[in-house]
Design a protein around this ligand. Sequence first.
Ligand code: ADP
Ligand code: MG
Length: 630
Amino acid sequence: MSDRVETLEFQAEARQLLQLMVHSIYSNKDVFLRELISNASDALDKLRLESMVDKDLAVDTADLHIEIEVDKDARTLTVRDNGIGMSRDEVVGLIGTIAKSGTAELLRKLRESKDAGASQELIGQFGVGFYATFMVADKVTLLTRRAGQSGGTRWESTGEGTYSVEAVDEAPQGTSVTLHLKPVDTEDNLHDYTAEWTIREIVKRYSDFIAWPIRMTVERPGEDGATSHETQTLNSMKALWARSRDEVDEAEYQEFYKHVSHDWADPLETIHMRGEGTFEYEALLFLPSHAPLDLFSPQGRRGVQLYVKRVFIMDECDALMPNYLRFVKGVVDAHDLSLNISREILQQDRQIRAVRRRLVKKVLATLKEMSAESYRTFWAEFGAVVKEGLLEDPDNTEALLDLVRVASTHDPAELTTLRDYVARMKDGQSEIYLATGESRSTIENSPHLEAFRAKGYEVLILTDPVDEVWVERVGQYDGKTLRSVAKGQVDLETDEEKAQAEAERKDYAELLTWLSGALADSVKEVRLSSRLTTSPACVVGDAHDMTPTLEKMYRAMGQEVPRVKRILELNPGHPLVTGLRKAHEQGADTEALTETAELLYGMALLAEGGELADPSRFTRILADRLARTL
Ligand code: ADP
Ligand code: MG
């Protein structure tokens, strides 16, 4: 071994993923070839782009292609490209580590799931790329030279924890990956990957649309019994998006999706469209069937690639899709753009903005037309992201509100549309009632809902963090105010009940004044409630006050927000409240009264799932009181 060889360790997460691949938890082993070809194709795209941008780059772009070579005797398979290649540091960074966010999370889930099917599915959703080679090979050698550099790098590993890297003087431009194949084992789905027919089939099935030629030299029996060799191109190279919909079958769309998305699962929906007129483009977009692990991570991979007349221009083209549709994957081929357009110019470009508007409309229309079952899947995976659109995209508020699905007290098993809620509204009901909070159960058990439940009003239950914000921003649906049950005064009473409440208010006037003073540090007002039936008290906000959850959210984002004092409402029908009134009238000890007031307030906070300012004091008072009852 020369002293230029270094042995390095895989990053911990990479090591664990490799273990899973070496011991093959994934049954469809053929996909390793798709992954290698997909990487080679990306490398060729990148080289063409770089050579267009940097005219001095010393590279040969005359015959960019992918080549597959087998050696039956040595049982090796090599996939070679003359693309961008990798420097030594890139090899170590890209192949030795996994940069995908969510890896740790995935590994945790895999460890927890005992069932093999579920593990496979998780790996499939994650997609392991290059590491898939270790399903079929017990050793992998990679030789690569970065475009523009003179020396190359040889990388080798058995997938068992370490790999070696070695600087080499001579290496062809691009990358070749050689797999030392495991023995054929059809029971374990390990096919003979040196067989021409097997390779042909896999390429056709998974990689036919790849825009670069995938070549293989095959043996043909010659006339005099000797064998001759001929090089064939295995793929048709047709850009799927440029074909019309009826020329493409479902399987082709699916494989193309897997190439652009790096997902191993099939897409939920395919959108194939064409824009004609002043600005021509073709778009082939997909809605994934599951959310990626990095959906809410700022580093998460975003969706759409930009091509100009079949030439790849950029990945993750955010000018084409708003942030709230960041999960949409696919390709947009715009005919009239310059090939060396930059990201900054794209953001400004009026035509690109017009295309983006069309794409957004089309995606929203597709969502609207989806079957109930597909849409249920979609909403469970991406609903929380789509709702961000209600903040980001005021032009499409109407369409977005029609897409929203929310839990409701109407039917615990089904989400409802706002339209259906409105259709079920009671006679005389003019507002849409909703409750926000951290979980369905806290909301359902919160005192705020009592009167609504008692009087048979349906309440929407909103539990995503973004809900607080969009409800505030949007304000109403179909002319009806979106009204939080934890805010403002509620007006659910009959005239008779109102008259009774008025009388009670007089009886309670003194107590309420006293309480407002005693609890002045915590609440801005104490009043009688018309929303309680069984609980003694609850805390509510003014109609336009920020909710506690929202306050917490802003603080978590590092924003300074004033602490909003809320209102304590008491249930005049509850013995604790009537008892307190009597005690106050009879001039009971102020300290004892104050403690009762604190307990009432604390209980109201706990009941809505809130936090106490001083839990130990609350517990002490409560324990003292309980002790006295024994
Ligand atoms: P992904 O393709 O999803 O990024 P992979 O595991 O397939 O993940 O590949 C990891 C990275 O290694 C790629 O993003 C690319 O930067 C680099 N890479 C892999 N194969 C090649 C290749 N043939 N040429 C150049 N770079 C490559
Ligand atoms: Mg890849």
